[in-house]
Design a protein around this ligand. Structure first.
Ligand code: ATP
Ligand code: MG
Length: 420
């Protein structure tokens, strides 16, 4: 029979690598706990309309990257989540979290997202995001805390040379003022821009500034900047975010071209970058979205969030030669000489495991020598040997592999000796 392969743009995370994932996830949970964020888990699929409204009709995600299906036996359209902000905000509104006495609402998530993209290094069709959202405060200290929270996490992972790029995209009103100037500028160079950008001019001109085509970037180098069109209040908010970041010693640069092109994105936008990780350099993206909760049917509540890809984080770690201190191997392997000894071993591993010891034995009827090799391969800290004489004396030989030190003890004492 022909073999069936894994779908393009997905990956199996196998033992040997999965420990790194577990390490990162555990570190992230601990990190978020310190910042008083609580985990939220939303479904892997939502009604398609949530993303149409919550991510935006004119985004790459909604235009070409969503995996959608019809609900069997009904007309409902469902979509595998391409990101988790929309789901979190839907849940915030639906569960009236704004009514909880603990405000602002601070949430984080860890899980798979799905986008139909052209797969390459750091760009998959199923990938894992770790992200956070704060709802109910538009205070600039929250913006700075969010940026600092990701930055400190990367620091803790050991990454160096990271860059925070940030910008303010203002309020809806700020952008409307800016738009007139931007359109005049873009219409003059319309026919020199890439095809995508020509249609962006009509649908969402701000996104032209986000175009990855080098020629377009050059052409729009002197486009009117949003920063020059911020209201006094928006400018003060941005200045305050920068002041807080400076107080924490977080390095950042203001990039007036960094945009999130949708109406409900407001004020602070940011990205964290590292020079060249595979085909990409952006590790993390985030920003404020004071219009999103209302867009999804809630009251007018401010919000801000970020998300980063775990696969890209792993690439970055690899690139910088950082090895995570993951623990592998087992505590103890019991080697036996005879079938009778195996019966003793079988009850001993049970006792050890109940006492918190990671214990293993042979299930393949291997000779003692092969069992010792197996113990070695599993990097067992202790090897316990039950030979014929030990079996006769109700004893076991315990060998500490690191030191080679070895002693014979009563079998009944084994659990106490190795207990964690
Ligand atoms: P890009 O410009 O790289 O496509 P994006 O703007 O689509 O990024 P966001 O939607 O802001 O990215 O997602 C935040 C983060 O999630 C990215 O910085 C990246 O780390 C990760 N990410 C996004 N799409 C993918 C993907 N297809 N594969 C792996 N990671 C991804
Ligand atoms: Mg993308």
């Amino acid at each position: 029979m022909a073999r069936i392969q894994i779908p393009r743009g997905t990956q199996d995370i196998l033992p040997g690598t999965v420990e790194q994932w577990q390490y990162i996830e555990a570190k992230a949970r601990e990190h978020f706990r310190r910042f008083n964020y609580q985990e939220i888990r939303t479904p892997l699929f939502e009604y398609t309309e949530l993303f149409q409204r919550g991510v935006g009709e004119t985004t790459d995600i909604v235009e070409k990257e969503m995996y959608s299906v019809k609900n069997p036996r009904s007309e409902d359209q469902l979509t595998l989540r391409p990101e988790n902000t929309a789901g979190v905000v839907r849940s915030y509104v639906e569960n009236k979290m704004y009514g909880s006495p603990n405000q602002p609402t601070k949430l984080y998530y860890i899980g798979p997202m799905f986008r139909h993209e052209r797969p390459q290094a750091g760009r998959l069709r199923q990938f894992t995001q770790i992200g956070a959202e704060t709802l109910g405060s538009s205070d600039p200290s929250i913006d700075a805390e969010m940026i600092a929270m990701v930055f400190r996490f990367y620091e803790e992972m050991g990454l160096k040379g990271l860059r925070v790029d940030m910008n303010s995209v203002g309020t809806r009103e700020d952008r409307e003022r800016h738009r007139t100037h931007l359109l005049a500028f873009l219409n003059d160079i319309r026919h020199e821009l890439c095809e995508d950008c020509q249609s962006r001019i009509d649908r969402n001109p701000l996104r032209v500034l986000d175009c990855k085509v080098p020629k377009d970037q050059e052409l729009t180098k002197n486009a009117p900047s949003l920063l020059e069109h911020l209201s006094e209040e928006s400018a003060a908010h941005f200045a305050s975010v920068q002041k807080y970041l400076t107080a924490l010693g977080i390095p950042f640069v203001v990039d007036p071209r960094l945009v999130r092109g949708l109406d409900y994105y407001t004020l602070t936008a940011f990205e964290i970058k590292m020079a060249e990780i595979g085909a990409v350099e952006t590790l993390c993206g985030g920003g404020r979205y004071n219009g999103l909760v209302a867009e999804l049917g809630g009251d007018d509540m401010p919000g801000i969030g970020f998300a980063f890809g775990v696969e890209r984080l792993m690439l970055a770690l690899q690139k910088q030669g950082i090895e995570l201190p993951v623990k592998t191997g087992i505590d103890c392997y019991i080697v036996v000489q005879t079938p009778e000894a195996k019966e003793v071993a079988f009850t001993l591993v049970d006792q050890l495991r109940r006492a918190g010891v990671a214990a293993e034995m042979d299930y393949l009827d291997r000779k003692m020598k092969a069992q010792l090799k197996a113990a070695d391969r599993l990097t067992a800290q202790y090897t316990v040997i039950i030979g014929e004489s030990e079996l006769a004396n109700n004893t076991v030989v315990v060998k500490e592999m690191a030191t080679g030190e070895q002693k014979e003890i009563a079998a009944a004492e084994l659990v106490n000796v190795l207990r964690k």
